[in-house]
Design a protein around this ligand. Sequence first.
Ligand SMILES: Nc1ncnc2c1ncn2[C@@H]1O[C@H](COP(=O)(O)OP(=O)(O)OP(=O)(O)O)[C@@H](O)[C@H]1O
Ligand SMILES: [Mg+2]
Length: 375
Amino acid sequence: MELPFEYGELVKQAQFINRKEERKRLAQNLKGGLNTTLISPRRWGKSSLVNQVALDVESRKTRFCFIDLYQIESEAEFYQALSREVIKVTATKMEEWVKLARLFLGKLRPNFSFGVDPLNDFEISLDYGQLEVAFQEVLDLPEKIAKEKNIRMVICVDEFQNLAKFNNPLLFQQRLRSSWQHHKNVSYCLYGSKKHMMMDIFQNKQMPFYKFGDIMFLEKINTAHWTSFICKQFEITKKKIEVQLAEEIVSTVKNQSYYVQQLAHLVWVRTPKNATRDVFLQGVSDLLKQNNMFFSREMELLSPTQIRFLKALSNGVENFHRKEILKEYNLGSSSNVTRIKGALEKKEIIDTLVPKIEFLDPVFELWFTTKYLNK
Ligand SMILES: Nc1ncnc2c1ncn2[C@@H]1O[C@H](COP(=O)(O)OP(=O)(O)OP(=O)(O)O)[C@@H](O)[C@H]1O
Ligand SMILES: [Mg+2]
């Protein structure tokens, strides 16, 4: 039997809930050639959304190609991955791969090596020495193939902000932008979870990707959708949960997609037939236990003042610069508070780009409150 709740993997089709508007907007953008940037904190559902849209849109005439910058360490590796993936999704036969590569990547002297399954598994190696002068060939590869085959290509680049670890990120962005803006048959979908970095790349007038296309800030899936999904998943596995308890699952983790699925799973596993409050509380306790080691390690990286700031935040403080607050929590000066905010934002502990500062991870917040404020 398949488990009714999934987390850690991308969800699709029947397991993919709601996001109707975003799904439509992203599909329309990419079909129509409007480049799109998608931003949300970790684990809200970016990769699943793009993947689902690919399933909605993909056809013989529209090919999707995925690249994850998480695993790519340098500009040269990026070019290698881009060539490989573009060729893989646009041709089906070994001879054609080789032909396309020779035709469009000639200056880079492409070499192929084949894996155990030569029909799906190959690596292309480019002449690294030539890349500095001929990278343009790789960047234009999707456009040239799309034109030649009369198709549209959609290039999806996940964890885009990771380009920051390349040797010269600014030059790299300039190269991408100046080539990509001329592409008529390719749409680009660039997404990532480090909001600050993504916003700096796409919303800063001085940066090459300023006004690159549509920017979508993914929102959380609302409670009604989650609740009916949870109730339904219990029902089809011949178990039962009351709406109110399902709502509590959702609110405990503040609608964050990954955790809703995880907590629902923990409650479901412990439920013989009817979910009870007791089982729910055990589920929450499991969730905290499972994350305990990870969060403890995270705490070791925080300074005592940063921890005091988080205590104030969990106590509901909104204006940290007030004299009494500075004193009560021993936060030093007002400019010190600004520094603390910046540091915690960088560590992805808090989000300051919202009306009210909040913890980014709702389970970390819960864990912190339980442990440090004995609530
Ligand atoms: N539309 C959805 N319907 C149901 N569950 C979802 C949906 N979107 C996300 N999830 C849940 O959230 C989890 C994380 O989703 P996903 O990996 O797509 O997020 P992400 O934003 O790409 O995360 P990361 O920042 O870690 O790359 C999924 O494994 C799934 O459990
Ligand atoms: Mg992702």
